[in-house]
Structures are given as C-alpha cells and as structure tokens.
Design a protein around this ligand. Structure first.
Ligand code: URA
Length: 426
C-alpha cells in the first residue's frame, strides 16, 4: 500500500491491518516515509482514533522497530512505570521492595519531562551513580543484584523516539492510542514479563480526569496481555504532589526515609500498593511487600543497587550526604484555615524555575534545588505558619518560583481529602 493511500484510509476512518502497520512503522524508521507523511497520519489518528486491536498491533510494530531485550532466564522480571507526576519518587521505593521480595527489577527509566520529574535525574543526585550501562552490565547486575535501573537506550523502540518528537511539535501528543502505544512499545522492548503501571490522574498529571485515565489504563493493560505480559495498572490521584518533597536530591532523601518507615503516608501507601500488585501478578504472596519493607531488606537492596551503579551507598544511611541547595526561602500562610488545594502542576513549575528540571532538551539541571511542603491538603494552618520551604541557589529563579508556589496553595475553611488510590485495572 502506498503512503498516501495508507494516510487516506485512516483519514476516512478505516482500520489498518497488522501487516500494513508493520510496513508503515518499518518504512518510517528506515526513512522511506518522511516526517510530513507521518505527521499527517498522526493527525488522522488523533481525530479518527484506533481500535484496541489496531493499537496493540501498532505497539508491537513500534516495540520491534529496534532492539528487544531478552530477559529470559533471569526469573520473574518486573518493570514499573509511572505516567508522570510531581514528587513521584515511588520507583525508588517500589523497586528495592520488589527486588528484596525476590523479583528481578530490570528497568529503563526516563528523565524529567516538562513539569514532571524523572527517576534518572533523581538518582543522578547520588554522587557517582551512573545511568549509562552496556547491555552486558545491565543483564549482569539484574542477575547479581536483582535490581538495575538504566537510562533509556536509543536502540529501544526507536520508532517511538522519532514519533514522539514529531507529536510534540504537531499537536498530536494527547491521543489515547498514541500515548498507550508510545509507553507500551518501550515497556515491551525492555523485556520484563510483569509490568506495573501507575497512571496518574489530576492537575499535575497528563490525564486530567478519571474517565480518560481509565481508558488509557485499560488499553495499556490489554496491549500488554496481547503481547503475553502480565500487566496491572493502578490509577492514583495527582491533584497535589506525592509526598512532601519535590526536587531531585530532596526526593531521594524522602524515598530513603520511606524505606526506613519514616516517610509520608501517601508515598508509603502508594508504594506498598504498587509492590503488592506486582507481587500478585507474579504469583507471589503480596504480603511480602510489607514484610521486606519492615525488615530493612528493601533498604539493604537499595544500598547494593546504588553501589553496583557506582554510587556512594553511604547516602542510604546518611541521607544528608545528598546535598541540598544552601539558600532557603520560607513561604508563609497569610491567613489561618485549612489547605483546600495544592496544585501539583504549579509546584512542578516552581521547581522547574529553580533549575530542578529542564526548560529545553539537554539543559543541565541543579539536583540540589527543591521544595519541602510543610502543609498539604487537609492540614490546618495558623497565620504566619510555614507552608513550604524552598531550597534555591543564590536566588536563581526564586521570584517566579515562589510566585507559582504561592498560587499553588489555597486556604479555606474545609477540605475534603480525596482518596489516593482510585482504581486498579487488571
Ligand atoms: N509518555 C510517553 O512515553 N509517551 C507518551 O506519549 C506520553 C507519555
């Protein structure tokens, strides 16, 4: 089929066959289909949608467009993915728990995107820790430590890399079949048998409402099944940030505290829930999650993982070694009441402006800047109480950052605290 006919078929609401989709993706990666034709097709998908079967076949074609990691022989391999949020450091808690419980966590992670943070950026605040691993080292560490997290390899689902960059500049990112195939193609290529997805819903998330988040979760779970993987999705609230720390080093500190049993309730609850889902999907006792968390075995696993990737494992016992920016600003309440809203998107922007995230691809980030949220939704405040502490470097970005943070808080008389975990899709 010619490219123009292929595009016209989707434009007119037709359904592509698996063979057509495979040829289309292969031709695009080879350069035989130019960006302008792919862009036209992406826009046709944006308007016409795709059937679940078509989306699953598109995902497989994208997953097979490059290297597909073979994790066979490693035991029960598991990957955990978040659709992106603010203060979301759950991977740093869940992965050691799962590895300590006997699963093999072999995971490729991304860097921060827009106002959301990325696991690799957070881990790079640990002195010496390296994200770039050869395939050989990746597999050896998975075998020997049971926990490895590397940066996304360029050879993994290269079709997605090209398509995502094009979607970003053609207004075709917010399409559920395109988001599902983008995320799942990378997960399938990374090889884990068990995939646990944390789909965020709310102001600080990609999916703003439950209905769309549910549709995305259902589609991703079905795509995984179609490819023979065991997938579960937890839908979790992202109207306010997760935990009380937002930034890079400050989030690693909070993740360590959580593994010690001293973390915030919401992060602890979500991390244990995700770990239980993964263990159940693996046919293991979900109660193991809490057991290895309480026994300190998960903390031991974190130490081994940090050391294996060249990091200073002393940070696990002395988190103050994770350096925070030296200058401090305190945002204080102008009136007494209850925090009724804490907009995660605005908090994410506040950290971005301090230099904790990237304004442009390739920007260097400052791992030490960040925000500690003293008050969250439902907390009572007196006039003059500290709402949040900002760690900044010599005032860089502070004016805009503190403004965003101020706008993020709403103080009123009564606040309903919404449930953190909204649904599980299996
Ligand atoms: N994350 C991805 O990897 N792809 C999308 O399309 C959206 C979020």
């Amino acid at each position: 089929m010619h490219a123009v006919e292929f595009i016209e078929k989707k434009r007119d609401g037709g359904e592509h066959s698996p063979a057509e989709l495979q040829k289309w993706i292969a031709a695009y990666v080879e350069g035989a289909v130019p960006d302008y034709q792919m862009a036209a097709w992406l826009m046709a998908v944006y308007f016409q949608g795709m059937t679940p079967h078509e989306t699953a076949e598109l995902t497989l074609a994208m997953a097979r467009s490059g290297e597909v990691l073979d994790l066979g022989g490693l035991g029960k391999t598991v990957d955990k993915h978040s659709s992106g949020g603010v203060g979301d450091k759950t991977t740093l808690v869940v992965a050691p728990i799962l590895a300590a419980a006997g699963l093999v966590v072999a995971k490729m992670s991304g860097r921060g995107l827009a106002h959301t943070g990325g696991t690799i950026d957070k881990l790079e605040s640990i002195p010496g820790w390296r994200a770039e691993l050869s395939d050989e080292t990746f597999l050896r560490q998975a075998r020997e430590v049971g926990l490895v997290i590397a940066g996304q390899s360029k050879n993994l689902a290269p079709a997605d890399g090209k398509m995502y960059a094009l979607r970003d500049v053609t207004g075709t990112v917010p399409s559920i079949p395109l988001i599902a195939s983008s995320i799942m193609s990378k997960k399938l290529a990374a090889g884990a048998r068990i995939i646990t997805l944390d789909v965020k819903v709310g102001k600080g998330a990609f999916m703003k409402d439950l209905e769309h988040a549910r549709e995305l979760a259902r589609l991703m779970v079905d795509i995984g099944r179609h490819a023979g993987r065991e997938v579960r999705a937890v839908l979790s609230q992202m109207d306010e940030p997760l935990g009380r720390a937002v930034g890079n080093a400050i989030e690693v500190r909070e993740a360590i505290a959580t593994l010690r049993g001293e973390g915030p309730d919401d992060l602890t609850e979500l991390s244990l829930a995700l770990a239980r889902e993964a263990l159940e999907a693996a046919g293991e006792d979900p109660g193991r999650a809490e057991a290895v968390w309480k026994s300190g075995a998960a903390l031991d696993k974190l130490r081994a993982f940090v050391a294996a990737q060249g990091g200073d494992a002393r940070v696990v016992d002395e988190p103050e070694r994770l350096e925070l920016a030296p200058d401090v600003f305190e945002l204080r309440a102008e009136a007494a009441g209850v925090v009724t809203e804490l907009d995660a998107y605005k908090v994410g922007l506040a950290v971005l402006r301090l230099g904790g995230g990237r304004e442009r691809k390739g920007d260097a980030i400052d791992h030490g800047v960040g925000v500690r949220l003293a008050k969250k939704v439902g907390d009572r405040v007196a006039e003059g109480d500290i709402l949040a502490t900002v760690f900044h470097r010599a005032g860089r970005g502070l004016e805009e950052s503190s403004q965003r943070l101020k706008e993020a808080y709403r103080i009123g008389q009564r606040a309903g605290v919404p449930p953190l975990i909204l649904e599980v899709v299996a």
